[in-house]
Design a protein around this ligand. Structure first.
Ligand SMILES: CC(C)(COP(=O)(O)OP(=O)(O)OC[C@H]1O[C@@H](n2cnc3c(N)ncnc32)[C@H](O)[C@@H]1OP(=O)(O)O)[C@@H](O)C(=O)NCCC(=O)NCCS
Length: 190
């Protein structure tokens, strides 16, 4: 979606425009973070097709060469309350390109949402993951969801460090190479 389109409407029902914001990543590029839309399906497919096997494995715990087609409609259709995804995008000559996604989904435990995120390989390590994590946790918090879970591979030092720096971790359990963390937002200014 272009910046112009972001500003001109055609929004799906309940689209929370207040979550649209621009960010600067570490080396100075300006990106936009915004709620996902049903018409992001093609952009999301392109993003996932650009991911390295390692990144796919770290996100989905399996080296999918292609994600199952039926996942995409579910990824892009959210209710913006109990299920929400935020995308990061950059404008280019050929239009906007998705660079990363953060989402939360309900879990079996009341009041606890599962958070997952991914950033395109060439954009990793530049602060984008941190901004996406902060934005998704903040959006959830504003929707009355204050406790979270994330499942990560136990050797995924980057996400473990990112979570440790960004949120308050309440518990961490590891089984068969997968670490399950529960966490709450860090109070502002802490
Ligand atoms: C995890 C992920 C989303 C983080 O996004 P990112 O844009 O790379 O994260 P950031 O640039 O904000 O960096 C986060 C922190 O990790 C640190 N970091 C970067 N590379 C690292 C590495 N190889 N090992 C350990 N820490 C690393 C950064 O230094 C940063 O810490 P800092 O704030 O002290 O500098 C991204 O790397 C990714 O998509 N990984 C694959 C999918 C995945 O692992 N998802 C998580 C499971 S749900």
């Amino acid at each position: 979606m272009s910046a112009r389109r972001a500003a001109t409407g055609g929004d799906p029902p309940g689209y929370p425009r207040e979550l649209i914001h621009t960010i600067l990543v570490d080396w100075g590029a300006t990106l936009r973070i915004r709620p996902i839309r049903p018409d992001d399906e093609a952009g999301l497919r392109e993003l996932f097709e650009r991911l390295s096997t390692r990144t796919v494995f770290q996100r989905f715990f399996r080296a999918w060469r292609k994600l199952p087609e039926e996942w995409y409609p579910r990824f892009v259709q959210v209710d913006y309350e109990q299920r929400l995804a935020l995308v990061a995008e950059v404008d280019g000559a050929e239009g906007a390109r998705l660079l990363g996604v953060a989402r939360y989904e309900p879990t079996d435990t009341d009041g606890v949402a599962e958070v997952a995120l991914v950033v395109e390989d060439s954009w990793q390590g530049q602060g984008l993951g941190r901004r996406l994590l902060e934005a998704i946790v903040d959006a959830a918090d504003k929707r009355g969801i204050h406790r979270f879970r994330a499942d990560t591979l136990s050797d995924n030092r980057r996400i473990l460090k990112l979570l440790a720096q960004t949120v308050n971790i309440e518990s961490s359990t590891t089984e068969q190479g997968v670490t399950e963390l529960t966490f709450v937002p860090r109070p502002r200014g802490a």
